[in-house]
Design a protein around this ligand. Structure first.
Ligand code: PLP
Length: 431
């Protein structure tokens, strides 16, 4: 069976590693080393000039991280990947890799609060403007574009609104203008395959479903190898003009012998080198364990979340339930077009009694953990207005979909009867 025809369940167990060539170890070894012995001065020079690929220093590459990178590349059908220290680092690097002072990107308003802060404050301070647009009309991306626009950015399944992003519509607009669509697929691994819909780069926080067990912070960038950077020399100068930080390399040309990996090689050899947001080999090992069961876990997260959404919809003290599986109209159409195998593990709802009820509900939970996280095997709950979205102004909170009484659930893989029993008893105490 060729790799191309293998399914996620198989790829995530076998891609990138069969057995350690030195020891025969079947489990992926943790290469806990900072540096690598060069075979000769010529070998060292070749590695530094990129005429030969190999290990130099763990800030830039590591064999354990390499297996993780190869597995996620195989899963997504991309060209290559880069593991970095967190999802936040992945988001920042995804933009900094192609946008400089004076440039801009256009982003969906529907974003994780941390990404919103990164875009609205830190990137702005660094001279990169982020233009936020309402994703419900894909043409908004085109309207906000000018000659300095280097990328479009969005999340597949952004919480709290949980409106699935119109990936192919926006990717198509971008491709006509030489602008890549970068998709944060953190909330929908396995369920959504952004490259099949025209995205050029995928960003993940592996901290969530991919790691899955709540043990390790991490991030990934995956290069689809499907974007013609070389055809847009003016639009994409970072990959088409000589890079003074790498002896004048023109990235689209420098990678020609290797493949269509200009974007990811530049990110590794310049930004990871300079910013140092390296992924630890130990965390890579943990995340590899998570990847092995990701398809199984996603099935269970989705099945449980659908049942929770159905239960909440019938509960007297709940005024609104947000879950892609029970949406109507354009949002449901998008959910059906871009997600397959389920509608994800996140469920939002609003309680009749607003903020006070929301807080009482959270305090009454016994099985659910009250944490600022999603995508764990365990069920989690949070009140975003007072936590994850508290650094945003009230207007900004509302524009991202957070009302005072909104509660976000990340449904785990416990038995569904136990999940519903806990929700039921906490709801009864919230009135
Ligand atoms: N993207 C999304 C959709 C997230 O939910 C998060 C974190 O919650 C991040 C990115 C940032 O990831 P990390 O916490 O690993 O830095």
């Amino acid at each position: 069976m060729s790799k191309k025809t293998q399914n996620p369940e198989t790829l995530l167990l076998h891609a990138g590693h069969r057995a350690d060539p030195t020891t025969g170890s079947v489990a992926v070894p943790i290469y806990q080393t900072t540096s690598y012995q060069f075979k000769s001065t010529e070998h060292a020079a070749n590695l530094f000039s990129l005429s030969e690929l190999g290990n130099i220093y763990t800030r830039i590459m590591n064999p354990t991280c390499d297996v993780l990178e190869q597995r996620i590349t195989a899963l997504e059908g991309g060209a290559a990947a880069l593991a970095v220290s967190s999802g936040q680092a992945a988001s920042a690097i995804s933009i900094q890799n192609i946008a400089k002072v004076g440039d801009n990107i256009v982003s969906s308003t529907d974003l994780y609060g941390g990404t919103w802060n990164l875009f609205n404050n830190t990137l702005k301070d660094q001279g990169i403007e982020v233009r936020f647009v309402d994703p419900s009309d894909p043409a908004n991306f085109k309207r906000a574009t000018d000659t300095k626009t280097r990328a479009y950015y969005a999340e597949t399944l952004p919480n709290p609104k949980l409106n699935v992003f119109p990936i192919s519509e926006v990717a198509k607009i971008g491709r006509e203008l030489g602008i890549p669509l970068i998709m944060d697929n953190t909330a929908a691994p396995i369920l959504c395959r952004p490259f099949e819909h025209g995205a050029a780069v995928i960003v993940y926080s592996t901290t969530k479903y991919i790691g899955g067990h709540g043990t390790s912070i991490g991030g990934l960038l995956v290069d689809g190898g499907n974007f013609p950077w070389q055809d847009y020399a003016e639009r994409q100068p970072a990959l088409n003009q000589p890079d003074p930080s790498y002896h004048g390399a023109i990235w689209v040309k420098a990678v020609e012998p290797i493949g269509p990996v200009a974007y990811i090689i530049k990110a590794r050899t310049t930004l990871l080198r300079d910013l140092g947001s390296a992924f630890s080999p130990f965390n890579a090992f943990q995340v590899i364990q998570g990847l092995e069961t990701l398809p199984l876990r996603m099935r269970e997260h989705c099945s449980n979340a659908q049942k929770v959404a159905d239960f909440l919809s019938k509960h007297a003290s709940v005024i609104n339930v947000i879950y892609p599986g029970i949406q109507h109209g354009a949002h449901k159409t998008n959910a059906d077009q871009y997600l397959s195998g389920g509608y994800g593990g996140l469920v939002g709802f609003e309680l009749d009694g607003g903020k006070a009820s929301g807080q009482k509900f959270i305090d009454a939970l016994e099985l659910f953990y009250h944490v600022a996280n999603i995508g764990d095997t365990r069920s989690l709950a949070i009140h975003p207005a007072s936590t994850t979205h508290s650094q945003l102004s009230p207007d900004e909170q509302l524009s991202t979909g957070v009302s005072e009484g909104y509660v976000r659930l990340s449904i785990g893989i416990e038995h569904i009867d136990d999940i519903i029993a806990d929700l039921d008893q906490a709801l009864n105490k919230s009135v």
